[in-house]
Design a protein around this ligand. Structure first.
Ligand SMILES: *[C@@H]1O[C@H](CO)[C@@H](O)[C@H](O)[C@H]1NC(C)=O
Ligand SMILES: *[C@@H]1O[C@H](CO)[C@@H](O)[C@H](O)[C@H]1NC(C)=O
Ligand SMILES: *[C@@H]1O[C@H](CO)[C@@H](O)[C@H](O)[C@H]1NC(C)=O
Ligand SMILES: *[C@@H]1O[C@H](CO)[C@@H](O)[C@H](O)[C@H]1NC(C)=O
Ligand SMILES: *[C@@H]1O[C@H](CO)[C@@H](O)[C@H](O)[C@H]1NC(C)=O
Ligand SMILES: *[C@@H]1O[C@H](CO)[C@@H](O)[C@H](O)[C@H]1NC(C)=O
Ligand SMILES: *[C@@H]1O[C@H](CO)[C@@H](O)[C@H](O)[C@H]1NC(C)=O
Ligand SMILES: *[C@@H]1O[C@H](CO)[C@@H](O)[C@H](O)[C@H]1NC(C)=O
Ligand SMILES: *[C@@H]1O[C@H](CO)[C@@H](O)[C@H](O)[C@H]1NC(C)=O
Length: 526
């Protein structure tokens, strides 16, 4: 939980500079929203490591049952037993840091951030074969799941960190965010250089070489103590390189002091420490075009869907400037930056889908949004009846300018509480992780019309309903119940009357979910 609070607090920091007042007023609201979203998230996503997706090269993707494969491999090869768990932090660091450069990647997350951490591992660490990595968590379960797939993980808790425990962790308020500060300080004090990455980050390549380029500790011309991702006027604590030096140790000691004595998060503590030590500390900003914030990558560069403006010069991107874990995950998925195939999210060959589009602009934004919302409810109802997962369409953005994701309109954390397991992102069928049998399933395009509406497009198969108030479940079953294609494709679902389920309890339940699901999103899902 602390992990995600930190992620949006990091976004708040930038706002804070322009308007302290707004932050103070909004913080309780944001936290409430977050807590609601969080609950739904945990309920909706049972966290089990079943499958991990292994990227074997740019195009070659294979999906294995990890636990089984690993078990078989270990018995076959009789590799000397390595546990990937450690008895002390210094042992963990010395095992994982690069023995020559003494550089170690450190990534912290708690159990609530497990899927995100897994995705970070798959997209950024495993893909580029980065070995000098240590995952750190306050959760035993988190680490045992990583250790199960042979990834080094250290449980950094109150008592494990050399008795500092009782000093820095009160029973009432265990601020897990502070662990980042402590784990980095301790690593520096043990003589390592640290590349710290949040887990809501993706790498486009191994960033080490480029970091050495801009902050080389062997080149006196370029030597620096800290090189951080530069995010709209502040250094971002989510991705930074800290060279082991007296000045950087002083900086982290100052941050440790802030962590122990205040409720200020590590992002603000970092920038505060940088300001107060600016005489001795040599600070470099990682080049903005290559190390991007979420604001830069998604908003300023208008990227929403896989394939939008491929970033050829990107090295690292931090998926910040958006609130809620659900929204972050969704944003990654829509960009095909999500590789964690939890519960066969992508790879199922059995699951069936329903897709439709929003091709029309109805004169103004509010009428259009109302029509799109009603279409989505229709799709979810048909999906429920036919046991098909809805693939979201694009939505029309403000002033019909461009096409948006659902994030533009509704709070996804709330939507997920009702429908978290009933839908997929728009670019799902273009994703290479989805079996070809699903992606290439031949399909008709259907449309549901009343007795007078004109056929919207050539070649669509039309079903006309007589009922003007509501359509019964039986009608839907009669028309589409026999459809065996993986994807049931609709042209659009505008103006369809309410679909009534046979089972009155289920009908009421569905209606209730719909009433709760749609909360208008504000800027960046705040
Ligand atoms: C350390 O954490 C555990 C579990 O979170 C808790 O039971 C224990 O009391 C804590 N110890 C101290 C010294 O705070
Ligand atoms: C820190 O400063 C001391 C002297 O004050 C020096 O001996 C030591 O080498 C310095 N350490 C680093 C890592 O620069
Ligand atoms: C609905 O689809 C899911 C996913 O393919 C499947 O596991 C489940 O058995 C289906 N339920 C029914 C009632 O057919
Ligand atoms: C949008 O259009 C509808 C119908 O065309 C109209 O009733 C409504 O007042 C319009 N809303 C705005 C904000 O212009
Ligand atoms: C799947 O469809 C695409 C596009 O229609 C086509 O290029 C490709 O050959 C098809 N693959 C298979 C295995 O049918
Ligand atoms: C059919 O739908 C159109 C558009 O929603 C509406 O204007 C028309 O009155 C409807 N016709 C009937 C017979 O319900
Ligand atoms: C619609 O009404 C006509 C005439 O009453 C009837 O023939 C047709 O079967 C009805 N269709 C549906 C889908 O109920
Ligand atoms: C669907 O299958 C049932 C039984 O096999 C058949 O009676 C019905 O006519 C079929 N419906 C359609 C629309 O093909
Ligand atoms: C009706 O729906 C409710 C809620 O989904 C479910 O618990 C119940 O088993 C359903 N009843 C029948 C007869 O299917």
């Amino acid at each position: 939980m602390a992990f995600s609070i930190g992620m949006f607090v990091r976004s708040l920091v930038q706002r804070n500079r322009t308007s302290r007042f707004r932050v103070i007023v909004m913080l309780p609201l944001v936290i409430t929203t977050f807590l609601m979203a969080r609950t739904g998230y945990v309920q909706n996503r049972v966290m089990q490591v079943r499958n991990a997706v292994i990227q074997k090269g740019p195009n070659q993707v294979c999906i294995i049952n990890t636990a089984k494969a690993i078990a078989e491999e270990t018995t076959k090869k009789k590799i000397p037993q390595q546990t990937f768990s450690f008895t002390s932090y210094s042992e963990a660091l010395s095992s994982q840091a690069d023995s020559e450069s003494k550089v170690v990647f450190l990534a912290f997350a708690d159990m609530g951030g497990f899927p995100m951490a897994m995705n970070f591992y798959l997209t950024s660490i495993q893909r580029y074969d980065i070995r000098n990595v240590l995952f750190v968590s306050s959760s035993e379960e988190f680490c045992s799941r990583f250790q199960a797939i042979e990834v080094a993980c250290f449980v950094y808790m109150n008592e494990s960190a050399h008795d500092k425990a009782s000093v820095y962790l009160s029973k009432d308020f265990i601020n897990k965010m502070n662990i980042r500060t402590y784990m980095i300080l301790e690593a520096l004090q043990l003589g390592y250089h640290v590349i710290h990455s949040d887990v809501d980050v993706v790498f486009f390549k191994n960033p080490t070489e480029r970091i050495f380029d801009v902050c080389h500790f062997r080149d006196p011309e370029k030597v620096c103590d800290v090189a951080a991702l530069w995010d709209s006027g502040a250094h971002n604590a989510g991705f930074l390189f800290i060279r082991n030096s007296n000045a950087s140790i002083s900086m982290y000691k100052s941050m440790e002091h802030t962590a122990k004595t205040t409720n200020i998060d590590d992002q603000k503590a970092l920038n505060g420490a940088m300001r107060s030590l600016k005489k001795e500390l040599r600070i470099t900003s990682l080049p903005g075009a290559e190390f991007q914030s979420g604001l830069q990558f998604f908003d300023n560069s208008q990227r929403q869907f896989a394939g939008d403006h491929p970033c050829t010069h990107c090295i690292v991107m931090h998926n910040n400037w958006i609130v809620s874990m659900e929204a972050k995950v969704y944003r990654f998925k829509e960009m095909h930056m999500w590789l964690y195939d939890q519960d066969e999210y992508y790879s199922s060959t059995q699951r069936r889908y329903l897709a439709y589009q929003n091709p029309t602009y109805f004169g103004n934004d509010s009428t259009t949004l109302a029509a799109e919302r009603s279409s989505l409810i229709t799709a979810l109802a048909i999906g429920l009846i036919l046991n098909r997962t809805v693939i979201l369409p694009k939505f029309v953005c403000a002033k019909k300018a461009q096409q948006c994701t659902i994030l533009q309109h509704y709070l996804l954390g709330i939507f997920d509480q009702s429908f978290g397991s009933s839908y997929r992102e728009h670019t799902f069928l273009q994703n290479e992780l989805v079996p070809l049998t699903v992606r290439n399933s031949s399909r008709w395009t259907y449309v549901l019309l009343n007795s007078t509406e004109l056929i919207p497009s050539f070649g669509v198969k039309v079903f006309r309903y007589n009922e003007s108030q509501e359509i019964r479940q039986e009608t839907i079953e009669k028309w589409f119940g026999n459809e065996t294609n993986s994807v049931l494709q609709f042209h659009s679902l505008y103006n369809v009357p309410r679909i009534v389920l046979k089972n009155a309890t289920a009908d009421k339940e569905f209606k209730g979910k719909c009433e709760k699901a749609f909360v208008k999103a504000k800027w960046h899902q705040f």
